[in-house]
Design a protein. Structure first.
Length: 65
């Protein structure tokens, strides 16, 4: 659910949210994501991480298993 922070999130947090989404897959989270995505796109916030054009490059070394 990268709608929660968009590119401001760390890769670790993005993966945590992805795992949560898979564990809780249903129509309700999907509807919520659609609405929040539309709102976030209109607000135009969280588009880039500080010091980055968009998001820091993924290196795969920091993610915990």
């Amino acid at each position: 659910m990268q709608v929660n922070g968009r590119n401001e999130l760390s890769w670790e947090r993005k993966f945590d949210l992805d795992v949560w989404y898979v564990d809780h897959a249903s129509v309700w989270p999907d509807c919520k994501i659609l609405v929040l995505t539309a709102l976030e796109a209109l607000r135009m916030e969280g588009i880039s991480q500080q010091g980055e054009a968009t998001v820091a490059r993924f290196t795969a070394t920091a993610w915990r298993s």
